[in-house]
Design a protein around this ligand. Structure first.
Ligand SMILES: [Zn+2]
Length: 428
């Protein structure tokens, strides 16, 4: 039977194949972006056996035992990895929302967010802390990995660790109010050590530090450094004793450079980086997650309590920042897609606009796609699991309309999504 005949046979059978263990699929589209090669592959079928990719073969060499899933006019690529997200944040005014929504409410909205992200091709999410006193995001991680609900695979930190008065504290309440902050507050090496041990005890596999002030919180300055060099050193040492990497939220230049020197695995935002930061990231092998689009999304609106801070960067400094991101990429710094938009109130198509923002900063479309697939997987230390279309890896594969190398907006609405070899979304 030829490919076309088998396609219709497959369409008839694909519904009963959903969730069926041991299914063998051959995915055929116009081209394959595998996450490694500089050019897309053509005339190639991707073979999937149960949860894993078993190989890439010539489309004429697919054996009859495979159900062919034909995706004409589409491009196959690895499932997208969002290297910086907060699925439980559900309002622009997230610190007020933190004080009024229960952990369960946040988790339920977060589940809806995660399922919409999976449906839009995001098969892996690194959580960079959520405004939740408890561990709602870890519970979501748990129910998804137990197979109770569909969702992306989750890694990351349950909370952001902040100093008193820092970006993870609630700075707009009167001193009489005894509030529990959205972040985990720790001052001094002893408290930081304890906070990190607690995070790891309850399942965080990354530690997230707010090394400088933040843009979307009230009452702190992103141009100031929060943690002392002594606190930073102890944070990285303690996480390292548990083999857990550290992600450093850092805007201020001194904070970026101190965090790199302390040995963090990734710099988040890195807004005021300079040539020295680029040299240090290369020297220390630090990954860089710029999170550009989130500020564009809010620039010039009146949605944020801390609107002026956001607009200062995006209306006055953005071009300089993007030039530095391009310079870092050209020098060899590994850039990763992180979206940072938060959860429930965001339209799911918006997240993929980070790819176009990276292209604007000077990454080629292929490099931008790799930043959200293979390079992101390397940062997660998951290159043996996800991020590439390669034999042996988990079958997290999406198909997007047309050719994303010509138009990155194709990534906003994938027509086909497979996670762990299971079909999540199929074209109409
Ligand atoms: Zn963030």
């Amino acid at each position: 039977m030829d490919i076309k005949q088998r396609r219709w046979w497959a369409v008839g059978l694909w519904v009963v194949s959903l969730g069926c263990q041991g299914a063998q699929f051959a995915l055929v589209a116009d081209r394959v972006i595998d996450g490694d090669a500089d050019e897309p592959l053509e005339q190639v079928a991707v073979l999937v056996d149960d949860a894993r990719i078993t190989g890439l073969v010539d489309i004429d060499a697919v054996s009859d035992s495979y159900k062919v899933i034909s995706l004409p006019g589409q491009t196959l690529m690895p499932g997208m990895i969002n290297g910086h997200e907060h699925p439980l944040l559900y309002a622009d005014d997230y610190q007020n929302a933190h004080l009024t929504g229960s952990s369960a409410y946040k988790a339920l909205l977060g589940l809806a967010t995660l399922q919409r992200l999976l449906d839009h091709g995001w098969t892996t999410i690194r959580v960079m802390g959520d405004g939740d006193v408890f561990y709602g995001n870890q519970d979501l991680h748990r129910v998804i990995s137990e197979g109770v609900f569909e969702g992306p695979r989750i890694t990351g930190a349950a909370h952001y660790i902040s100093i008193t008065g820092g970006g993870g504290d609630v700075n707009f309440a009167s001193p009489e109010q005894m509030l529990i902050a959205d972040g985990l507050i720790a001052d001094g090496p002893d408290e930081i050590r304890k906070a990190i041990r607690q995070e790891i005890k309850y399942g965080s596999d990354w530690i997230k530090l707010l090394v400088t002030g933040a843009f979307h919180s009230v009452g702190d300055d992103p141009k100031n450094v929060a943690f002392s060099p002594e606190e930073l050193a102890e944070a990285v040492a303690e996480a390292g004793r548990h083999n857990v990497p550290v992600a450093a939220h850092a805007h201020a230049n001194a904070g970026i450079n101190q965090a790199i020197r302390a040995g963090v695995r990734s710099i988040e935002h890195g807004t005021y980086l300079d040539e020295r930061s680029i040299a240090l990231m290369l020297e220390y092998g630090t990954y860089y997650v710029p999170t550009i689009f989130v500020g564009d999304y809010y620039a010039g609106t009146d949605k944020l309590l801390a609107q002026a801070k956001n607009d200062d960067v995006y209306l006055n400094y953005r071009a300089d920042w993007l030039a530095l991101i391009g310079k870092a990429h050209a020098a060899g710094v590994r850039i990763v897609v992180g979206v940072d938009l938060g959860g429930y109130n965001i339209e799911p198509e918006a997240y993929a606009r980070e790819f176009a923002a990276l292209a604007e900063a000077g990454l080629s479309p292929m490099a931008a796609i790799q930043a959200g697939t293979s390079v992101a997987a390397d940062m997660l230390r998951w290159s043996d699991r996800v991020g590439r279309i390669k034999a042996g890896l988990l079958a997290d594969i999406i198909a997007v309309p047309g050719n994303p190398l010509e138009d990155l907006s194709a990534l906003e609405s994938p027509a086909f999504v497979m996670k762990d070899g299971k079909i999540i979304k199929y074209p109409d």
